[in-house]
Design a protein around this ligand. Structure first.
Ligand code: UDP
Length: 325
C-alpha cells in the first residue's frame, strides 16, 4: 500500500521540493494550490494538482490520505504590514479550516511550515525552541497562531503534528529526473536571489539594508538552510510525530552569515562582480537570527549535508542560469 500525502502550497518553492522528495521516496502526492503566487508549472510532474484555495480543502481531503504537509500561505513580511487581513485569512483561517477538515476526515498527521519569524528580535542566539516568541509583523503572528491552534488540536483531538520553524531557506534542488526547482518570487525580495540577479547583470547593484547593526560588520546576520536539507526534515518529521503531541523544531544550519558576507560569497561563487550600496535599514529586521537545530538533530536524526555557502549559492546560481537559458 502506498502512502498518500496532501501537500498544500505544492506549487511553491519549498512545497514543490518536499512534494518531489516525497514522490522520490515512493509516496503518492496530491497538491492543493490556488496558484495565486506561483505558476502551476512548478507543481512537480507526477503529483495531482487540485487548483483551489486551502479553504476548499474539504473538496479534496478524505480518509484515504495518510497525512498533510501544510505550506499554503502568504510569506512576504512587508506585505503583511500593509495588508494584514490577507495573512489572517490565508494563513490563519486557512489553517483552521484545514484542521477541521482533517478532524472530520480522520486524517491525523500534520507537518506545518512555520517560521523563525515567531521569535522576533531574539534575546540571544543561537535560538532554541524554548526561546520566547515575540512576532514583529502580521506574517509572524499568523504563523505563531497556527502553531498554537495545531498544538491545541493535538492535545484535544489526538492529532500527530510538528511545526518546523524555518530560518533563511536557500539553494535549489535538482530532482532525480534532472529538473531544477528553485525560488521564483515576483517581485523578488530575498537577498541571495537578488544578488544573483546582480551577478547576471539584470540589476546594477545590490542594496544592503543597513550597515549600523550591532554585528561584526554592521550588516544583519542570517542563518541559511539548503532547501533539500529542509525538505529532508519534513520527511523525517512525518516518521516521528506522535498522536496527541505537537513538536516544534527550529531548522537552520547553525552558522550566521552577514549580508555583506553573502554579497562577497555570491561574487566569489559566480565569478561576477557584485557592486554593493548600503541603504537604510528595512523596518522590522532583527540584527541577528541563528538557529539551534539541536533538537531536530537529536530527535529526528536530521543531518544537514548541504550547509556550505558554496553549495547553497552554487545551486541557486545553477537554477538561476537554467531558468535564463
Ligand atoms: N536584504 C538586503 N537587501 C535586499 C534584500 C534583503 O540587504 O535587497 C537583507 C534583509 O534586510 C535581511 C537579509 O538581507 O537583513 C535577509 O533578507 P531576506 O528578505 O532574504 O530574508 P528574511 O531574513 O527577511 O527572511
Amino acid at each position: 500500500n502506498t502512502v498518500k500525502y496532501l501537500v498544500t502550497g505544492g506549487a511553491g518553492f519549498i512545497g514543490a521540493t518536499v512534494a518531489t522528495m516525497l514522490m522520490e521516496a515512493g509516496h503518492e502526492v496530491v497538491v492543493i494550490d490556488d496558484c495565486s503566487r506561483n505558476s502551476q508549472r512548478f507543481v512537480p510532474a507526477g503529483a495531482k494538482l487540485v487548483r483551489k484555495r486551502v479553504h476548499e480543502v474539504a473538496d479534496v481531503l478524505d480518509s484515504s490520505f495518510d497525512g498533510v504537509l501544510h505550506f499554503a500561505g502568504l510569506i512576504a513580511a512587508g506585505e503583511s504590514v500593509e495588508f494584514p487581513e490577507r495573512f489572517w485569512d490565508n494563513n490563519a483561517v486557512g489553517t483552521l479550516v484545514l484542521l477541521e477538515t482533517m478532524r472530520k476526515s480522520g486524517v491525523r498527521k500534520l507537518v506545518f511550515s512555520s517560521s523563525a519569524g515567531v521569535y522576533g528580535n531574539p534575546e540571544s542566539v543561537p535560538i532554541t525552541e524554548d526561546a520566547a516568541t515575540n512576532p514583529v509583523n502580521a506574517y509572524s503572528y499568523t504563523k505563531l497562531s497556527c502553531d498554537m491552534a495545531i498544538a491545541s488540536e493535538a492535545v484535544a483531538h489526538g492529532l500527530a503534528a510538528a511545526s518546523l520553524r524555518y530560518f533563511n531557506v536557500a539553494g535549489a534542488y535538482r530532482d532525480k529526473q534532472g529538473t531544477w526547482r528553485g525560488e521564483n518570487h515576483e517581485p523578488e525580495t530575498h537577498l541571495i536571489p537578488i544578488a544573483l540577479e546582480v551577478a547576471a547583470g539584470k540589476r546594477d547593484k545590490l542594496a544592503i539594508f543597513g550597515d549600523d547593526y550591532p554585528t561584526p560588520d554592521g550588516t544583519c546576520v542570517r542563518d541559511y538552510i539548503h532547501v533539500a536539507d529542509l525538505a529532508q526534515a519534513h520527511l523525517l518529521a512525518l516518521d516521528h510525530v506522535e498522536a496527541g503531541e505537537h513538536r516544534v523544531y527550529n531548522l537552520g544550519s547553525g552558522t550566521g552569515y552577514s549580508n555583506a558576507q553573502i554579497a562577497q560569497a555570491v561574487a566569489r561563487i559566480t565569478g561576477r562582480e557584485i557592486p554593493v550600496v548600503y541603504t537604510d535599514r528595512r523596518p522590522g529586521d532583527p540584527a541577528e537570527l541563528v538557529a539551534s537545530s539541536q533538537r531536530a538533530k537529536s530527535e529526528l536524526g536530521w543531518k544537514p549535508t548541504r550547509d556550505s555557502l558554496e553549495q547553497m549559492v552554487g545551486d541557486a546560481w545553477a537554477y538561476y542560469q537554467h531558468t535564463q537559458a
